[in-house]
Design a protein. Structure first.
Length: 447
């Protein structure tokens, strides 16, 4: 790979040198550090684009990891947020708008019979797991390999594929993916590979009577948008019911994005508890834990604790009201899906013209691009595949004015503004064509 970026990042580089004196890795969230000379500092975003402090503009397919469902600085949502600001912030008391937003969510997502708010996806999933434990009186839980549920201790276990012999019959070891996680907690977490029906049967047979919850992201928004089959999620539903385990469908990324009723709506599977965040308020910090009435009533004095100073902040709540109204009442989600399909077709035309085998995973609003004939159907298949072409292509795309995650784990996120702004598609495809050719040239030179 070329050492120096083709775009001018003089100001970002200087900002990094200053910021790293005060902020670990020079950033506020570790994943934003892309190297000393490639870490970008943003000046602003509007619609489907982001500008950095050097004045480079990017068609943005990260969208802050998904929240900007309509586009950055959406005038309609921002006007609502301003009205929310005038309400006064937080009071450690309730406001009427909470019910308005909860009613809208319940209308869009039938499983959301009752609703509580949180501030982030992590917080919502933490609350969901606590609720499941309080409701069942059990402690252990089941995670699906390749899933991501936020940065809290219980969710930070993964299959150690680096040291796993995939020809053996044994499962990979479960390891935490951060230091600082008490190892004593490991015995509470079980892991299964996605889309393996037999393994799901086995794990329930063995641990089903002691598990409080199964957490699943049916579209793995943090693993190339690998999808669970409907059959797999239906089996999860059936086994959870049979063993009294709470099925938690984590829709922090897929919710209010892949459809009005989320992936659970598309698959026709009803969870006991569900979580939402990102697309809920076009980027304003608010999240939701919702579910079956009988379960949700465990949020009470003497039951599962839930709350927080900033919960249902008037600004975020007003933004959520307007964002959900738009998603529910206008064709915004159709615009997003149509653009996603057009982008995939355009990328395929470029790759096919060069004989590059590829496939897609996920949903057009959050799709993974994969350089193999068939996409992976679980984390083990993704992890043991060759994604070096993607990583090199992504590197060039940044220099050419398109932002995607530097590795193939994160899907391409689409917003409404991509579909309504005239040149997003053509600008992107032009950049993809050049990036693909540069990547091919590099591969040839390395032969
Ligand atoms: N669950 C899922 C499925 C997520 O994708 C994420 C964030 N990427 C989280 C939970 C955690 O959300 P947050 O970053 O808002 O804490």
């Amino acid at each position: 790979m070329p050492d120096t970026p083709r775009r001018d990042l003089t100001k970002s580089n200087a900002q990094f040198q200053r910021a790293v004196q005060r902020l670990p890795l020079g950033v506020a969230s570790t994943f934003r550090y892309w190297g000393d000379d490639r870490t970008i500092y943003v000046s602003h975003g509007k619609g489907g684009r982001t500008w950095d402090i050097d004045g480079n503009s990017y068609v943005d397919y990260r969208l802050g990891y998904g929240p900007a469902i309509l586009g950055y600085a959406d005038d309609r949502v921002d006007a609502a947020a301003l009205r929310g600001m005038q309400v006064g912030g937080v009071f450690a008391l309730s406001t009427e708008r909470e019910l308005i937003v909860a009613d809208r969510i319940a209308k869009m997502v039938p499983a959301a019979e009752l609703v509580r708010f949180s501030n982030s996806g992590t917080e919502a999933v933490m609350a969901a797991l606590r609720l499941a434990r309080a409701h069942t009186g059990r402690d252990s839980y089941l995670l699906v390999e390749g899933g991501y549920h936020g940065l809290f201790d219980a969710a930070m276990w993964m299959a150690n594929l680096a040291d796993w012999d995939h020809t053996s019959n044994s499962d990979p070891e479960i390891v935490s993916y951060s230091k600082g996680i008490p190892q004593d907690l490991k015995s509470l977490a079980h892991l299964v590979p996605m889309n393996n029906l037999q393994r799901l049967h086995d794990v329930f047979k063995r641990y089903g009577n002691t598990m409080a919850a199964m957490l699943i992201e049916p579209i793995q928004g943090n693993c190339c948008s690998i999808m669970a089959t409907v059959e797999y999620v239906q089996l999860a539903r059936q086994l959870c019911t049979q063993y009294g385990v709470m099925l938690i469908i984590d829709e922090v990324k897929s919710g209010f994005r892949v459809g009005r009723g989320g992936i659970q709506g598309l698959m026709g599977v009803t969870p006991d508890i569900t979580t939402f965040a990102k697309a809920l308020a076009n980027g304003y910090p608010i999240a939701v834990v919702a579910g079956r009435e009988e379960v949700m009533r465990s949020f009470r004095y003497g039951g599962a604790a839930h709350g927080g100073t900033y919960t249902a902040h008037s600004v975020s709540l007003a933004a959520a009201e307007e964002c959900l109204r738009i998603l529910d009442e206008t064709p915004a989600l159709d615009t997003i899906a149509t653009y996603g399909e057009a982008l995939k077709t355009g990328i395929s035309d470029i790759l096919n013209a060069r004989g590059i085998v590829h496939s897609y995973t996920g949903h057009p609003s959050m799709f993974g691009l994969f350089f193999a004939e068939t996409p992976p159907d679980n984390y083990r298949a993704w992890k043991t595949s060759d994604y070096s072409f993607y990583d090199r292509m992504a590197y060039h795309l940044h220099d050419l004015g398109v932002i995607v995650e530097p590795d193939s784990r994160e899907p391409w996120f689409i917003c409404e503004a991509h579909g309504t702004e005239a040149s997003c598609l053509t600008d992107t495809l032009q950049a993809v064509e050049t990036a693909v050719d540069l990547t091919l040239e590099q591969a040839k030179a390395a032969e």
